[in-house]
Ligand binder design. Sequence first.
Ligand code: NAD
Length: 500
Amino acid sequence: MSAAADNRSTLPDGGGLLGNQTSWEGCLYDGSWRVAAATVDIVEPATGAVLARVGVASSEEVNEIVATAAAAQPSWSASRPCDRAALLRRAASLLEEDRAATVRWIMRETGGVEAKALFEIEAAIDELHHAAAMLIEPEGHLLSSPDPGRLSMAVRVPLGVIGVITPWNFPLLLAMRSVAPALACGNTVVLKPDPQTAVVGGVLLCRLFKDAGLPPGVLTLIPGGAVAGEALVTAPQVRMITFTGSTAVGRRVGELAGRALKKVALELGGNSPMLVLDDCDLDAAVCAGAFGSFFHQGQICMATSRHIVHKQIVGAYVEALTHKAAALRVGDPTHPDVAIGPLINSKQCDRVHRIVTSSIRQGATLCTGGMHDGLYYRPTVLANVVPSMPAFHEEIFGPVAPVSVAENDDHAVALANSSEYGLAAAVQTGSLDRGLRIAKQLRAGMVHINDQTVNDLAQSPMGGLGQSGNGSRFGSFTNRDEFTEWQWLTAGALPKRFPF
Ligand code: NAD
């Protein structure tokens, strides 16, 4: 327990799904709340107040909880799909009912403004509805059979126990997008949220699903860092890992999972470009660019990380973007007129500042921002950014808009594609035809014309190319591919005869 516990802050409303805090504090969840050997404080980034304390799982505790999840899986996968769908819909209703209390928790635990928290809840509710809807879809194919007396089918079967590892930026949504479809498909889940946001990223989901009627052991919780994460990835009974986080850690997770021949879905970092063409609506492009770079302080994998602007309009674009950025209010996100809250921790803040200052030293022009007060980083616009600068080629994960000049469309595409990442991209243009032509040349898992780069819908496949992932996709029809595997099943009423 840290000394900061004396600084405990009570949430405005102690009720809702996270009410009766003492019942889950310092615990892991295996179907009931069990006291963990170690704990960590959840610290509000905006104030430094301690909001709660959660359990941190050791390797031994991870293995015990994985065994619980494995034991619960056969009966869960044998449950009726319509019952699983009803449970997911009940969870969606309970989350709707708890919206006000959950919004406050998200704002305080992640440092996000109300719009961020509302978006996250809506998207998590959509994931639940979408997962429920999967269960009225076909579960396989009837195949042609050479023997008229035998049926031949390809059916999707659950994988077993799925380990879900999530980051701190959208902890509820990024957990839900794996947990809901994994449960729908008859798997059990061991959830390992980032320890900085383990309340909305973990405790909340366990309380929600328990209240919705989920049997014990079907969803379990092991908050923790690398030790808990690696124990989960290497636990023999875990058949699949879904990992959302940085490319560096994703590579390690992929290596460990690959060695054990496990399925692994990696949703990793990004450095997403927005191409601003000379025929665009400049005001709309500037609004999109500001939102894409500054929403949730730029701490979004799909954040608009590079503004690639045609040379004829770059002056006007930079001027308008600078004006907009300078006017955004920075401060405690619980204040209604604040647009930019704190960064999650001082390590992230140091990283953002290092990228900004070294890019300026290498010749980038600081138009606004470039400074911080504690974790509050001012929205920053950098002009004249070129590919050799860290602001161009590194993932920033902060409220920074680097602007680069493109000579023409081909140059814009070449700049956009000159990144190891390939998560999202956007094009601003007055010509849909020109936009579609450019979209086809962009190396990105998600491309949006006349929009910015941050988009996430339960019914659309989300994921990236290159160093942004390993080809996995979450959302839409791809969920069944990710969270089940094929089984070829043949059956005949009579025994088959053989020559010997
Ligand atoms: P991170 O990689 O540091 O941590 C992610 C998760 O991995 C956390 O739960 C962490 O505790 C765990 N972890 C750390 N070391 C581990 C190990 N050795 N084995 C197993 N688990 C381990 O990432 P972060 O800083 O929390 O999140 C920011 C990163 O996540 C950014 O790069 C961002 O782009 C990326 N991200 C990607 C998406 C996407 O959908 N592609 C979404 C959100 C965030």
